[in-house]
Design a protein around this ligand. Structure first.
Ligand code: APR
Length: 319
């Protein structure tokens, strides 16, 4: 395992919410050995403790040696390096991510207050939906600088996009490079111009109709899983996507990933969180990688912006 200059002290990852996504985060983080200590917090008594115990018993099988603690006491999350927030309700069939907003708003405000005062130097990754609004709420409530508050969406959406492209072309997903920016919702932008397969532009390999179909499936990938699961939403890849981000920060990897970040003029957008490619390292978001959009992409991005602004207005924390 790669070690960085951060390793002079033990690396601590806390996960808030021990539901489906929180469990997935814990499991992948444990298996990939990204922290020395993982704390799983939930308000339900026994739930995080049971999951932590279960996970820790996989130690001999994974050959992982990380300490895992389950708790209902926020104090045990103190001095975390990275916190992943997954607390809150998940979608049921027929619900949009926006339907969750009012229910998850109060939960996220409370969580942000509790974790930020106990881990004032932490980087916080927000997974709870609707992500672009919940990450904004965390930013406003914690008072942390923008580089330390990050939304998980683009890594997941881009993984879905890449998988669909790979399946259609019957090639390894490893060789597909593709990026989704904008909102984590129906108006997300799976970029075609920047998608390539083994260095060859996607538009050379598939017809417009085929690409449009992949874009539609990417945009509605989450809803498809909700309608199949019926009792909740995706959790396996959301968990792994969060762990990719957490690992990049904990190990100062300078990975480039699309994340929901607070924009201050980048891409012509100001004062909201939106998916964009960033460099993730020990400081959290170390740089937002801005690039020129075409007119068509600008128009599509403006739909994302409108949708996120509506969500933020609904939180009552705008301005
Ligand atoms: N503090 C901590 N945990 C909380 C709180 C709170 N205030 N309120 C609820 N929780 C916990 C619940 O007890 C539950 O264990 O959050 C957990 C949510 O788990 P699930 O219902 O299984 O939901 P999950 O599928 O994990 O999704 C969580 O992530 O991807 C998003 O859309 C998804 O918003 C949803 C979130």
């Amino acid at each position: 395992m790669e070690k960085s200059h951060l390793n002079s002290k033990r690396k601590k990852l806390s996960i808030i919410g021990a539901g489906a996504v929180g469990t997935s985060v814990a499991q992948w983080a444990f298996a990939r050995n990204i922290a020395d200590e993982i704390v799983i917090f939930d308000i339900i008594e026994g739930l995080p403790q049971g999951k932590a115990l279960d996970l820790s018993q996989s130690s001999p099988l994974w050959n992982a040696n990380c300490k895992v603690i389950g708790t209902n006491d926020y104090d045990l999350t103190s001095d975390s390096d990275v916190i992943v927030i997954t607390a809150g309700l998940a979608r049921k069939p027929g619900m949009t991510r926006d339907d969750l907003l009012q229910k998850n708003l109060e939960i996220i405000k409370g969580v942000a207050i509790e974790v930020s005062k106990r881990s004032p130097q932490s980087k916080i990754i927000v997974v709870t939906n609707p992500i672009d609004a919940m990450v904004y709420v965390t930013y406003k409530t914690s008072g942390f600088p923008r580089n330390r508050i990050i939304g998980m969406a683009g890594v997941l959406d881009s993984a879905r996009y890449r998988t669909l492209i790979a399946k259609k072309l019957n090639v390894s997903p490893k060789d597909v490079t593709a990026l989704v920016i904008g909102i984590h919702g129906d108006h997300m932008l799976p970029l075609v111009r920047l998608a390539s397969v083994g260095g060859v532009p996607l538009s050379e390999l598939l017809s417009k109709e085929e690409i449009d179909d992949i874009i539609h499936k990417t945009q509605h990938g989450g809803a498809e899983i909700v309608s199949l699961l019926k009792t909740g939403s995706a959790f396996i890849t959301p968990g792994l996507a969060s762990v990719e981000m957490a690992e990049a920060i904990l190990n100062d990897q300078k990975r480039i990933m699309p994340c929901a970040v607070y924009l201050e003029g980048e891409f012509g957008v100001n004062g909201i969180f939106l998916g964009a490619p960033v460099i993730l390292g020990a400081e959290g978001v170390e740089r937002i990688i801005e690039f020129k959009l075409t007119d068509e992409e600008k128009t599509a991005l403006s739909n994302s912006v409108k949708a996120v602004k509506n969500q933020i207005a609904a939180t009552g924390l705008d301005g």
